[in-house]
Design a binder for this molecule. Sequence first.
Ligand SMILES: NC(=[NH2+])NCCC[C@H](N)C(=O)O
Ligand SMILES: [Mn+2]
Ligand SMILES: [Mn+2]
Length: 322
Amino acid sequence: MTKTLHERFLQEKTVAIVGCPFSGGQRRKGVDTGPVSLVSAGICKQLESLGWKVEFDGHHSFDHINEGIDQDTDIGNMKLPRTVSAVTKEVAATVESHAREGKLPLTLGGDHSLALGTVSGSLRAHPDAALIWIDAHADINTPDTTESGNLHGCPVSFLLGLQGTDVEPFNSWVPKKPLLKAESLVYIGLRDIDSGERKILKENNIKAFSMHHVDKYGIGRVVEMALDHVNGAPGKRDRPIHLSFDVDALDPSVAPSTGTPVRGGLTFREGHYICEALYETGCLVALDLMEVNPSLLEDREAQQTIAVGCSLIRSAMGETLL
Ligand SMILES: NC(=[NH2+])NCCC[C@H](N)C(=O)O
Ligand SMILES: [Mn+2]
Ligand SMILES: [Mn+2]
């Protein structure tokens, strides 16, 4: 029998919820209300009924950092660099401490720049962890290649320590010797990649399954190939996994209330299948659910997106169909 999730890398079946009401990595208001909505929708109770001990002592307050936001002028192309750097530095410390205590940190965003913090925290506690990034976007722009200047499009480049990421203010805490290697990263769901990002993906030989691959092979094969890749051999399944799920990986008909929707995305089942299959490995050590923005579109779309967010989380944490 394969070991259950908490027997492998966690010390107990405890999930520590890290609510991150933060939107400074992009320019649309409202994504900071995502975590509050997911908790109000009952995610804590839902995880308890799956047998988890749930720790949640309120959302992280970034007020002390946001106070300086008006003085946070661009550095090169980067928008709000000091704010994003300070926020992600704190998130890294929080996620790291939960992970070191043998718990599974579940970070609720907020925009995807937060993942610079969550993944850094995970890797400090689980240096061998691989990163599975589910997204319409690669979020691998560097401060030099970003066209928008929005840092939610850049976290992966900092994690990999790509050229151009050794910049202020991030170099005050992001390590020179990166914690993440290119071969420990795999993408699923990509369909909107900037030209600079395409070059980075090629040059660094990064494994990426676009929607084209999902159509071609089916989601079952794609997840298998993704897991084979990060584990280094077919069928091998022993590396801890950090799953960073951007809700915009799903088709906008499934998850409409998000800041940068792109048509042609994952179906409801494809998204859930990924989460179920990763739970089944027993290797999941951290989970992010990002970019839920309930203030976009009408209430109906917002509620739909929040509900889908909760059910993706449940699937990644053991909810089964049978
Ligand atoms: N986390 C996201 N939704 N990222 C969208 C990024 C879009 C675009 N590639 C940019 O750099 O701005
Ligand atoms: Mn995205
Ligand atoms: Mn993203």
